[in-house]
Write a protein that binds this ligand. Structure first.
Ligand code: PHE
Length: 366
């Protein structure tokens, strides 16, 4: 016998039984939740316990009668459990009716249903922490679009068309852009740096700005890579800003993130939009710099890129804001991966967990 008032039973093994009964129980609880008035309660009783067409009857006809002998017990136990639950719900509903009749529909002394507590996602938490650390140094917060033009993501940051430096950022492009001039073609921003340009075009110096945000790259997902990740960009522009300011600012920020015993060191590097450029390493927070597996026995962990704003960048910005005169002003910029910082701070070994939406992972941060 088949009847679409009950789910399909795919087999008599425990997993199939559990799935079928879970689906029935979900229906049952949903139905019981919206019972309003005596007629509805009677309707509900008939739907589940009706002698001829009740769902329990259907279950017994369709599943119990044809069950192989060894499945009778597990099936029967689940069947009885469901029946008891139906009866309990009916008793509750009848009591509610009774209370309604005597004028006490809501018993305020009953314990309420406790909603599950939400928690800040570890990325959001780290994002807020970064903003707090830089806000304390006088930085404001900037944002920009995740779907960006070639001009802001690359050209204005001194990555000329077809320049090999573009290959360092595997880019996801938006389809159907071929007929536009290159500078207007849309792509998913590969870093938060375009917001540097957008902000300078909007306001004259001085600027002290942090830019947290989501970025996208055409990277295959593994334990340390994800096509979506997050960065915090920083930009400071004023008269007389030096590399010393950059070092002091980042050294302070790393100590604020990871504790005052953390050391920083700067290595020459290359970015098209900063000159000179540097990679910043921090002393390993796991072994204190002695060398361990996490720092590949070097005692240091590479964490961010930075440098002095290349005068060519001011050249692009000056088309809209003449006050960015490289003869008068200077600045520094930096960019760090939020996800990596979150993973280090909270001991998360697989970046994929951050994007899985798995409650068992997330509730650890409640
Ligand atoms: N935008 C660079 C990246 O994503 C990081 C960076 C930002 C480097 C600012 C220097 C200055 O790799």
């Amino acid at each position: 016998m088949s009847d679409d008032s009950i789910p399909q039973l795919r087999g008599y093994d425990d997993a199939s039984l559990d799935r079928a009964f879970a689906s029935l129980t979900a229906d049952l609880e949903r139905g019981a939740g919206s019972l309003n008035g005596a007629d509805a309660v009677e309707q509900f009783r008939l739907e589940w316990l009706g002698r001829k067409h009740g769902r329990l009857k259907t279950v017994s006809e369709a599943w119990l009668k044809t069950a192989p002998p060894e499945a009778r017990r597990p099936l029967g136990q689940r069947f009885n459990g469901l029946k008891e639950r139906i009866e309990a719900l009916l008793t509750d509903a009848a009591a509610g009716k009774h209370r309604a009749a005597t004028g006490a529909a809501i018993d305020v002394t009953l314990p309420g249903t406790r909603p599950q507590l939400g928690a800040e996602h570890p990325i959001v938490r780290t994002w807020h922490e970064a903003v707090r650390i830089f806000a304390a140094m006088g930085y404001s917060v900037g944002t920009g679009p995740e779907v960006e033009t070639d001009y802001y993501n690359f050209e204005s940051l001194n990555f000329p068309p077809n320049h090999p430096a573009r290959d360092t950022q595997d880019t996801l492009v938006v389809v159907g852009q071929e007929r536009k001039p290159l500078r207007d073609r849309l792509l998913m921003r590969t870093h938060t740096s375009p917001v540097q340009i957008r902000t300078m075009e909007q306001q004259p110096p001085p600027i002290r700005l942090v830019i947290p945000g989501k970025v996208h790259r055409n990277d295959a997902a593994d334990a340390t890579h994800s096509p979506i990740f997050h960065q915090v960009e920083g930009l400071c522009v004023d008269e007389g800003i030096t590399f010393g300011d950059l070092k002091g600012t980042l050294d302070h920020a790393m100590k604020a993130f990871f504790g005052s015993s953390v050391k920083t060191r700067f290595f020459p590097s290359f970015f098209p939009f900063t000159e000179p450029s540097a990679d910043v390493q921090i002393s390993c927070i796991f072994c204190g710099g002695k060398g361990c597996r996490k720092c590949k026995h070097s005692g240091w962990i590479e964490l961010l890129g930075c440098g002095m704003v290349d005068p060519a960048i001011f050249g692009f910005v000056r088309q809209k804001q003449p006050a960015y005169d490289p003869e008068k002003i200077s600045g520094f910029a930096f960019g760090m991966g939020l996800d990596r910082i979150a993973m280090m701070k909270y001991g998360i070994s697989d970046i994929g967990l951050l994007f899985s939406g798995d409650v068992r992972f997330l509730e650890q941060f409640a």
